[in-house]
Design a binder for this molecule. Structure first.
Ligand code: AMP
Ligand code: MG
Length: 418
């Protein structure tokens, strides 16, 4: 029997639910319970389909390859004609790709054939041109031939009627080519997710303007625009909102009336100007607040009406870490995709690591393969969650589990590639 769906209000009564120190894994599972994918779909051209999500199973309208063809430049033969001693066959024609030989190959005969050309009637195998001696139309073969060699058979790759791509498949360049190879010009995909973003903070200035004392540039919104563009979402960019309760309230209300998801940065700590939690309690609901992780301790997930809300921390590195560890998978799920498990493996760490037990840490690492073939990783150095250049220099996270304390140089660590 299925358990009843979780609601935000029943969460608080769960035994191991601690909104002040939520383990990373638990937070991932909890978010997942609230997500239901979009269902509306639209038909679009294949060349515009990158990063979109297939709305229905797609059946192959044809066999691939559609005919038996040669995978080599050589000679189409009847394999029974060839044996251990050398044999001379008469060349009776040529089969080109797109312009196959029309006749029939009889015993004692062969046809010159190019890669991609259909196999002439009567022949069953292809001998590479490097393995024969040519004297006018007399072709000398000196090796035995395995029936079917150097031939690609009809339907060998995809059979007519088979499911080629399943509903929920994310379209990458490989799928775009595959769709075209099957003759599809258009496909049905789920509609794009509409995502409203805004930064909060009185200290923030937009790039291109001059900074006054105490001000910094708003970088989080640009990081988010990049991350969301990569996912193929439609972005509703609401700019920067002042640390003013009414301004944040108005922004949240506007965003929730227009978008599927709201993503904000900053204002989720417990400072005097951090209004997000208060407003969410009022306008919607908050699921959790403080995570047992670094960077990214304050992270809010909740709902404002039908709209999913992710309140990311203000610190620039924490924005990227929380997005990549929680938000991205949730968005894929909402887009109707089936997120794959994170690709992760072990490497030897060449630097000692400072780590406090009791929280999962995502330190930034630089992974390299040495001449001995072994993958080694070093940290990017100082791991402050404001040091955004560390994300640019790094190519992976070094993921350090909850219980882990300090690590010595040479320890084996878990790596997540960017
Ligand atoms: P907060 O969570 O609002 O207290 O912000 C934490 C830190 O992140 C503060 O040092 C902020 O100045 C900084 N910060 C907040 N928002 C941004 C942003 N959009 N771009 C760059 N830094 C930010
Ligand atoms: Mg702030």
């Amino acid at each position: 029997m299925q358990s009843p769906p979780l609601t935000l209000s029943t969460l608080a009564s769960m035994e191991d639910y601690d909104p002040n120190s939520m383990p990373v894994e638990q937070a991932r599972l909890l978010i997942k319970k609230f997500l239901s994918p979009v269902t509306d779909s639209e038909t679009i051209k294949v060349e515009k389909s990158l990063n979109r999500t297939l709305a229905a199973n797609l059946f192959s309208p044809m066999n691939v390859p559609p005919h038996d063809y040669s995978s080599m430049d050589g000679y189409a033969v009847r394999s029974a004609d060839l044996g251990n001693s050398s044999v001379t066959l008469k060349q009776i024609g040529t089969s080109f790709a797109g312009n196959g030989f029309k006749g029939t190959v009889a015993s004692g005969e062969c046809v010159r054939i190019m890669t991609g050309a259909t196999l002439p009637v009567g022949s069953d195998s292809v001998v590479m041109q490097e393995q024969v001696k040519v004297d006018g139309d007399k072709i000398k073969f000196s090796l035995p031939c395995k029936i079917g060699q150097n031939i690609r058979l009809t339907g060998e790759d995809i059979q007519k009627g088979a499911v080629v791509l399943a509903q929920g498949q994310r379209i990458s360049s490989a799928e775009m080519g595959l769709l075209a190879s099957l003759g599809f010009a258009e496909i049905s995909v789920f509609r794009k997710l509409k995502i409203a973003i805004f930064s909060t903070g009185d200290e923030l200035v937009q790039p291109g303007k001059a900074l006054a004392g105490g001000q910094i540039y708003d970088s989080n919104r640009f990081t988010l625009i990049g991350l969301l563009t990569e996912l193929g979402a439609e972005i509703l960019d609401m700019g920067n909102i002042r640390d003013d309760k009414e301004a944040v309230r108005t922004a949240l209300q506007k965003a929730s009336s227009q978008a599927d998801v709201i993503i904000t940065s900053g204002g989720v700590s417990v400072g005097d100007a951090d209004y997000i939690k208060e407003l969410l309690d009022e306008l919607g609901e908050v699921v959790f607040w403080k995570l047992a992780m670094k960077p990214g301790r304050p992270l809010a997930y909740g709902k404002v009406g039908h709209c999913h809300f992710f309140g990311l921390p203000g610190n620039p590195v924490a924005v990227m870490v929380t997005f990549l560890q929680f938000v991205r998978n949730a968005l894929w799920e909402l887009m109707g995709q089936h997120p794959k498990p994170v690709f992760s493996f072990q490497a030897i760490c060449t630097t000692p690591i400072k780590k406090a037990a009791g929280r999962t840490e995502f330190q930034r690492g630089i992974l390299t393969q040495e001449d001995d073939g072994v993958w080694r990783v070093q940290t990017t150095g100082e791991q402050g969650s404001g040091i955004l250049s560390s994300m640019s220099r790094a190519n992976c996270f070094i993921v350090l589990p909850m219980e882990q304390g300090n690590l010595e140089q040479g320890s084996v660590v878990q790596i997540q590639l960017f």
